[in-house]
Design a protein around this ligand. Structure first.
Ligand code: ATP
Length: 218
């Protein structure tokens, strides 16, 4: 299939709060894969995990604050505007209707990719997007099972595949290992510790101003 636009990166997550692990992943993959931009899309209501502590509007505001001034990264509020339980497949269908000629690359951490076969309508996701799996330390890909089969069938080595095809490839890419987690940041804040340098200063200021992760909310 031929298309006319550069591939677009899509990074979904709860971003409760967004931190430097997320941001480096987005920026490094943007550069390494020569993506048009990366849309960072906070989930409204995740189906398969504990509900976020911060409200959807607060999580969106923190993403906006984090990407401000960086033209490669876009804070995309579509899932928060859509409301309801968030399914990635619905987001991709919506984006495909808006951008019929743009290949999409779903950027996901390896931890999230290991759970991919439990996602709603996961088999259809590769009809709408490529998947780029960002390596992180301490995670290993299984040698057998659904994930191994998916990799056998869809794995690509060349970045050009992402731009020359609209969807359907899986690429593994190493990124700088920053073992930062939002859960850990929330715990540190609730304990009165200083999370500076794990996340952008502007995001930390927002959290302090709004008492987003005070001990009573964790
Ligand atoms: P939590 O600790 O609350 O589970 P999280 O920090 O893992 O949150 P999410 O919002 O769940 O953040 O993650 C969104 C996406 O970012 C997922 O694809 C996840 O794999 C990836 N990701 C999370 N933390 C990192 C990190 N430190 N480095 C690279 N990617 C990350």
């Amino acid at each position: 299939m031929h298309q006319t636009h550069k591939a677009l990166g899509i990074l979904g997550g709860t971003f409760d709060p967004i931190h430097h692990g997320h941001l480096r992943m987005a920026l490094e993959l943007y550069e390494a894969l020569d993506l048009a931009q990366v849309h960072i899309i906070p989930t409204y209501k995740p189906m398969y995990r504990k509900q976020p502590v911060a409200t959807p509007d607060q999580r969106l505001a923190m993403v906006q604050c984090a990407v401000g001034g960086e033209p490669a990264l876009i804070a995309d509020d579509r899932e928060i505007r859509r409301k309801g339980i968030t399914y990635t497949i619905d987001t991709l269908i919506e984006m495909r209707a808006e951008m019929p000629d743009t290949p999409f690359c779903l950027l996901i951490g390896i931890d999230a990719f290991l759970g991919f076969p439990s996602w709603h309508r996961w088999k259809e996701i590769l009809d709408y997007a490529h998947i780029v799996v960002a390596h992180r330390p301490h995670y290993h890909l299984p040698q057998a099972g659904i994930i191994a089969e998916l990799l056998n069938e869809h794995m690509q080595k060349e970045t050009s595949f992402l731009h020359e095809n609209m969807a359907g490839g899986i690429l593994l890419r190493p990124i700088t290992a920053l073992e930062i987690s939002a859960t850990d940041i929330r715990k540190q804040i609730a304990m009165g510790r200083n999370p500076r340098y794990l996340l952008p200063d502007g995001v930390y200021e927002y959290i302090k101003q709004h008492g987003t992760y005070s001990i009573s909310r964790i």
